[in-house]
Write a protein that binds this ligand. Sequence first.
Ligand code: FAD
Length: 400
Amino acid sequence: MNVTFSDEEIAFREEVKDFFRTRFPQDVIDKQRLGVPLQRDDMIRSQKSLHEQGWAGVNWPVEFGGTGWTPVQKYIFATEMAEANAPAIVPFGLSMVGPVIYSFGNDEQKQRFLPDILASDTWWCQGYSEPGSGSDLASLKTRADRDGEHYIVNGTKTWTTLGQHADWIFCLVRTSSDVARRQEGISFLLVDMRTKGVTVKPIITIEGDHEVNEVHFEDVRVPLENLVGEEGKGWTYGKVLLQHERTNIAGVARSKYRLKKLRAQAGEAIRGAEPLALDRNFMRKIAAVGVDIKALEYTELRTLAAVASGKAPGPESSILKLKGTDVQQALDALYVEAAGYYALPYVPDQYTLDAPGENHVGHGAETTTSLKYFNNRKASIYGGSNEIQKNIIAKHVLGL
Ligand SMILES: Cc1cc2nc3c(=O)[nH]c(=O)nc-3n(C[C@H](O)[C@H](O)[C@H](O)COP(=O)(O)OP(=O)(O)OC[C@H]3O[C@@H](n4cnc5c(N)ncnc54)[C@H](O)[C@@H]3O)c2cc1C
């Protein structure tokens, strides 16, 4: 694939740069730079600014309000978004349930849900995993039993990311146990979080953040019209979504940007210490990550090209997820190593945009490197653990 930019692509890159400099919420970019945690409103305002520009549906077909961009334009957009240090798009609406609805939903569902997803007027969360059903997702037990014009849903979903903000949840539910293969009895159901019987309980993660939840369903009545596609075909739709999710998780452009920043930081004599660039061992580790990122970039471009020609991302999305998250976690560790003991103290409640770094030994974003390190241990677990990705690669790519 040709990655030398044409004049039109260079002009597009300038347009994207200008957008992030002038029309994207600058206070959100400042928070990102200083490591201040983003709130729901920050994420919505960011995505709305993309929508106003017509750039929210990066991968969506034009007929549903998508950009219609070429793979190279998508690559440029992702690179410039990372370079601007703008936050990643919250994936559950725009990158996950949106594509499932426009691919498998009926016309009524497309009209009802897609415009609000594109405009970030509804916040979605993902209800796949359950206590006891993660890697072996087909063992899920949340039931949806028919009762006239409704399903009655009972069960528990877990690790539901940002479910505390959500208006809607898309769920894999069991609609039949009388099937030859467990996967066949699973359906894809959209549930309004305000429905009676839905309860959200926080799970606090290792770094002290409230990012994930348990969602309980107790006799929740869901209209039959909220079933996407055919009953019993949810596994097929859910798999397509997972491949999109894995491609997104790789976050190659962001890793490239973080590596560039780390290289620059290593060249500085911070607080009178020798620049890390003189430490050959540290620089060897930086170089190794750089080589991995270059290889990943080309794998991602190949995947983007396949998606542009109408294919869903295939098993190569597992390679991207596996190597992409390996690289992210290697970078997390190198940032902590670079900050040294300045990475240690962190009191989230006292860390605000008005007083970044006050009440800490370190300075600015340095104080949040360990927070990021611990938070991002999740990257090798969510979207299907990295061990599971290795199994998929062995079976579907290597044919073992
Ligand atoms: C921060 C975070 C956010 C998440 N967000 C969401 C969300 O929004 N929505 C959602 O539905 N889910 C979400 N998940 C759940 C995530 O998808 C699951 O945690 C993941 O699929 C692993 O399942 P599990 O936790 O049940 O672990 P298990 O499946 O119990 O696995 C435990 C360990 O055994 C290994 N293992 C299991 N089976 C095999 C095998 N066959 N071969 C080799 N090794 C194996 C795994 O790799 C893992 O190391 C999130 C998870 C985290 C950590």
